[in-house]
Design a protein around this ligand. Sequence first.
Ligand code: FES
Length: 103
Amino acid sequence: MEGYVKSVSASNVPEGSMMTVEVEGEQVLLARVDGKYYGMGGLCTHEQWDLSEGVLEGTTVTCAGHGSMWDLKTGKGEFDEPLDSEPLYDVKEEDGFIYVKKL
Ligand code: FES
């Protein structure tokens, strides 16, 4: 598990949910969709709202701030103005904990 940082208990991210955690000083959005974990930058690049306060539908996160839509698979956001992409993270579960590595 080289390069991975131990994060929260996997029970904190049940199927269909998301939460923001801090990993080495960065805010990371963790989400679980169809049994797979995703990791993406946790603060909207529009005006820095916490993306975990938004709505998760499939692998799309709608920001609670002003409605930009983020793809957990690509880190790209759609909005009516260009937005910087979010960084992506690899997320694994082992022994009941979540491990995160920046890609
Ligand atoms: S802060 Fe996310 S859309 Fe404005």
